[in-house]
Design a protein around this ligand. Structure first.
Ligand code: PLP
Length: 474
C-alpha cells in the first residue's frame, strides 16, 4: 500500500468515535447488499445515464423527489459544491444584475460566482458574541433589492446548525410581488424531514434546494442532491449546467448510495433516540460550557436551532478548545467535526447511536473534572485567544470572476494591506472565506492571516512562504 492507503488504514485502526461527516459513521448496515467492487460500473446496457436518465437512475431520482418533497431531483456526484455552482450558472436574465449572497456562505458559492460571472450583493451575518461565529442574520436590517437581483442565495442552516427565518424571506418576496428565485444551500440539513428539525426549505417554498447527503445522511462522501420546484429557474439550464460541471463517468457507487440514503432518511426513530441522548448531554454538562441550544432562538438572527449539531464554547471552562479536543481525542477517541480557539462542533449523523452521545457526555464530564489542572486561559485576554473570530468584512472592488481572470502577482503577505486580493482564502472546515478574491486586504483580515499558525487553510496558495496573490492594478 502507498502512503495514502497507509494513512487511511492507520487512521481507521484508531477507531475514533465519529462526530464529523460522513453521516453513515462507517456503519455497514447502510450498505448491506452493496457490492463495492462489483457496483463500480459505468453506463452499460441497462444501467441508464446520469445526464440523460430514463431507466433505473430516472426511477431512483423520482423516488428521491417524493421522499424529499421536490418536483424534480438531480443526483450530484461532486458534492454540494457542484450544486452551488450549478444553481448560479443556471440563472437567466443576469445581464447587469447581481445576486444576493450571504457573506458567510461556503466557498463553493464564491466559485459559483467565478463561473457565472454574477456580482455579489452581500447579506452580512450577525456574529454571535458568545461564540464569535456567524450564526444568523437579521432580515429586518438587510434590504434585499429584489428588482435588481437575479436571485437570492442563502445558507439554511448554517454549518453550526442555526437557521434564520427563511419563511419570512420567502413571504417578503411574495408580498412584494417579485418572481426572483430563492436558492437555498441546505447542505447541512438533508435530514430535515420531520418535526424533530426545522422545516425543509422545499416545504417553505424555496425554488432550488441543495442537500449534501453525505454530511448527515448515509450517502457516500461527495454525493449530494439538488431539488427543484416551480418554474422560476429553467430546468433545461439547470440540466445543462450540471452536465457541464459534472463528470461524464459518474460513480454508480455514489449514485446507489444516494438512493439508499433517501430510503434510510425516513427511519425517523434513529433521530428520535439521538435527541433524547443529546438532551441528557445538555442536562449534565451545560453549566460548565456555553452550548448552543434551542434557548438561543430569538436572538442574534437565530430563528431555529438544529440540536443534532452540538456546538460547545469552552471559554466558561477556562480551557482553549484545541486543548479540549486533544483531551477528548487522546483520552476518549472522540473526533469532532471542527474547532477553533474556543468552539468545538460535534456533528451527529444518521449513523450515530445514543451510545456515541453518551460517550461524548462522559468525555465532557471527565474534561470538566480535569479542567482545573489544565486551565490557563482565564487570565488571558479573550480577544487575544479568539482567533477564530470573523473579521469585519472587506469591501469588494472586483467581482470574483473579474479577480479570477485578472493579471496577478505574488507578494509577501505582510505587504498586502490595501491590495486587491487574488485568492479566496478560508479556514477548512468550515470553508467560510475570510477574504474573497476581488476584495481589498484590510487590517483585520491581514492580522488574522498573519496570526495563522496551522495549515488548515483552503485557497491560500502559499501559506508556507507567507505570500499572497494580489491583482495587478495599473
Ligand atoms: C454550507 C455548505 N455548503 C456547501 C458545502 C459543499 O458541500 P460538499 O462538501 O458536499 O461539496 C459545504 C461543505 O462543507 C458547506 O458547509
Amino acid at each position: 500500500m502507498g502512503d495514502l492507503g497507509e494513512g487511511l488504514s492507520h487512521y481507521q485502526k484508531q477507531g475514533f468515535c465519529s462526530f464529523h461527516t460522513p453521516g453513515h459513521k462507517g456503519r455497514q448496515e447502510f450498505f448491506n447488499g452493496s457490492d463495492f467492487l462489483g457496483f463500480d460500473l459505468t453506463e452499460l446496457p441497462g444501467l441508464d445515464m446520469l445526464h440523460s436518465p430514463s431507466g433505473i437512475i430516472a426511477k431512483a431520482l423520482k423516488k428521491a423527489a417524493e421522499i424529499f418533497g421536490a418536483e424534480e431531483t438531480f443526483f450530484l456526484i461532486n458534492g454540494g459544491t457542484v450544486g452551488n455552482q450549478a444553481m448560479l450558472l443556471a440563472l437567466e436574465d443576469t445581464a447587469d444584475k447581481r445576486v444576493v449572497v450571504e457573506r458567510s456562505c461556503h466557498r463553493s458559492v464564491m466559485s459559483g460566482l467565478v463561473l457565472s460571472g454574477l456580482k455579489p450583493d452581500y447579506v452580512m451575518p450577525i456574529v454571535h458574541p458568545d461564540f464569535n461565529l456567524p450564526l444568523g442574520f437579521n432580515l429586518e436590517k438587510q434590504e434585499i433589492l429584489w428588482q435588481e437581483v437575479s436571485a437570492c442565495h442563502v445558507t439554511y442552516p448554517s454549518y453550526y446548525g442555526t437557521a434564520f427565518d427563511l419563511s419570512e424571506l420567502l413571504s417578503e418576496r411574495t408580498c412584494l410581488g417579485f418572481n426572483t428565485p430563492v436558492l437555498v444551500d441546505q447542505a447541512h440539513g438533508s435530514h430535515y424531514l420531520s418535526p424533530l428539525f426545522p422545516p425543509s426549505a422545499l416545504k417553505l417554498g424555496a425554488d432550488l434546494v441543495l442537500n449534501s447527503c453525505h454530511k448527515t445522511l448515509s450517502a457516500l462522501t461527495q454525493s449530494a442532491m439538488l431539488h427543484v420546484q416551480g418554474a422560476r429557474v429553467s430546468r433545461t439550464r439547470l440540466r445543462q449546467s450540471l452536465e457541464l460541471l459534472q463528470s461524464s463517468s459518474p460513480s454508480y457507487l455514489l449514485l446507489a448510495s444516494l438512493e439508499r440514503a433517501g430510503e434510510f432518511a425516513l427511519d425517523l426513530w434513529r433521530w428520535d433516540c439521538l435527541k433524547e441522548a443529546v438532551e441528557d448531554l445538555h442536562r449534565k454538562v451545560d453549566m460548565c460550557f456555553r452550548i448552543l441550544s434551542p434557548k438561543d432562538v430569538g436572538a442574534y438572527g437565530i430563528h431555529a436551532v438544529d440540536w443534532s449539531k452540538i456546538l460547545i464554547n469552552t471559554y466558561p471552562l477556562g480551557v482553549p478548545a484545541p486543548l479540549c479536543v486533544e483531551y477528548l481525542r487522546e483520552g476518549f477517541g472522540i473526533e469532532p467535526e471542527l474547532w477553533d480557539e474556543e468552539n468545538i462542533l460535534f456533528m451527529l449523523g444518521i449513523g450515530n447511536t445514543p451510545e456515541d452521545v453518551r460517550w461524548l457526555t462522559k468525555g465532557l464530564e471527565s474534561l470538566i473534572h480535569f479542567a482545573p489542572s489544565m486551565s490557563f486561559i482565564k487570565s488571558k485576554n479573550r480577544q487575544e485567544m479568539a482567533r477564530g473570530l470573523i473579521p469585519p468584512l472587506p469591501y469588494p472592488h472586483l467581482s470574483p470572476r473579474e479577480a479570477f481572470l485578472a493579471h496577478k502577482r505574488q507578494i509577501p503577505l505582510k505587504e498586502s494591506l490595501g491590495h486587491i486580493v487574488g485568492e479566496t482564502i478560508s479556514p477548512y472546515p468550515p470553508g467560510i472565506p475570510v477574504v474573497v478574491m476581488g476584495e481589498k486586504m484590510t487590517h483585520e483580515v491581514l492580522s488574522m492571516l498573519l496570526a495563522a499558525v496551522e495549515e488548515r487553510w483552503q485557497g491560500w496558495d502559499s501559506f508556507e512562504s507567507q505570500t499572497i496573490w494580489i491583482v495587478e492594478e495599473d
